[in-house]
Design a protein around this ligand. Structure first.
Ligand code: IPD
Ligand code: CA
Ligand code: CA
Ligand code: CA
Length: 278
């Protein structure tokens, strides 16, 4: 891993570019946001602003760090020579953006290793910025996780929840139709065992929410590196327990308050094996 001085500088850079891309998507949000294309399925939409935000991030990162690679959700990434890659989601929560629901974010993380190979990479600095609420989550390895709002900053910590029955659990549903059915079956298992379920609509914000104690736990299957790179680091550095597995069918990502470590991961791992690995 890069030393703390570099990690600290890249955490600041991640925060800076996430803020400026976030302002772009809010300031230039068209009155009627239009779907410019669909991707894996009819529900998997992309808008002109997803691409513009990515172009903005790629240009700024390339200017500041010309030797680093960039892997983003939309087209226009680049490989680098430094061993550091920026893994970016230009708008995480595009469906919320489309409707004007204030739960979307720009996610930017600096990682080592190869982010296109499962298990072969690791984020070490990153930021998740919600431009509507002006909340910036930032973290670097060993540096803790912080929420910056206006001039104030606070260190994040997960909840002290230790009972599954009292756990508020976030989740998300990937777009592929074949996946949705099995995700529904997993929710059916889980819902009677927990306090309630939230589907906020942005995986990056869900992971930050576990770090900030706004959710007791979160899980989702089928995430891509750009959805989770920065949020994973924020949750981890906040002191949440974070993990997952790559099964033959699906990858599972989960995060929870440490008091739930003995119950929650086992439950969602077993449920994922039962319902999703076909
Ligand atoms: C999506 C969001 C959503 C999650 C999906 C992601 P996008 O990302 O994070 O919460 O459930 O799996 O694909 O497409 O809005 O960047
Ligand atoms: Ca998308
Ligand atoms: Ca995403
Ligand atoms: Ca996205």
């Amino acid at each position: 891993l890069p030393d703390d001085a570099l990690a600290s500088a890249l955490e600041a850079l991640a925060a800076d570019v996430a803020r400026s891309a976030g302002r772009l998507v809010v300031d230039e949000r068209p009155d009627a946001v239009e779907v410019s294309a669909t991707k894996s399925s009819a529900t998997d939409v992309v808008t002109e602003m997803d691409q513009r935000s990515q172009d903005h991030l790629v240009a700024r990162l390339h200017e500041a760090r010309p030797d680093d690679g960039v892997l983003g959700e939309e087209s226009g990434g680049a490989s680098g020579t430094s061993g550091i890659t920026w893994v970016i989601d230009p708008i995480d929560g595009t469906v919320n953006y489309l409707y004007g629901i204030p739960a979307y974010a720009v996610s930017v993380a600096a990682v080592v290793g190869d982010p296109t190979t499962a298990g072969a990479w690791r984020p070490f600095a990153g930021a998740v910025y919600n431009p509507v609420t002006d909340e910036l989550y930032r973290a670097r390895t060993g540096g803790g996780a912080h929420l910056v709002v206006g001039d104030g900053q606070r260190r994040l910590a997960p909840t002290s929840c230790s009972e599954l029955a009292q756990a508020l659990v976030g989740t998300g549903f990937g777009y592929a139709a074949r996946r949705r059915e099995s995700q529904g079956r997993l929710v059916l298992d889980l819902l009677p065992q927990v306090r309630d379920i939230r589907r906020i609509g942005s995986a990056a914000l869900d992971l930050c929410a576990v770090g900030a104690g706004l959710l007791d736990a979160y899980y989702e299957t089928g995430l891509n590196p750009w959805d989770l790179a920065a949020g994973w680091l924020v949750a981890t550095e906040a002191g949440a327990d974070v993990g997952g597995f790559h099964g033959p069918g699906e990858a599972l990502t989960w995060a929870c308050a440490p008091g739930l470590s003995a119950t929650f991961p086992g439950l969602v791992e077993a449920g994922t094996r039962e319902h999703l690995e076909d």
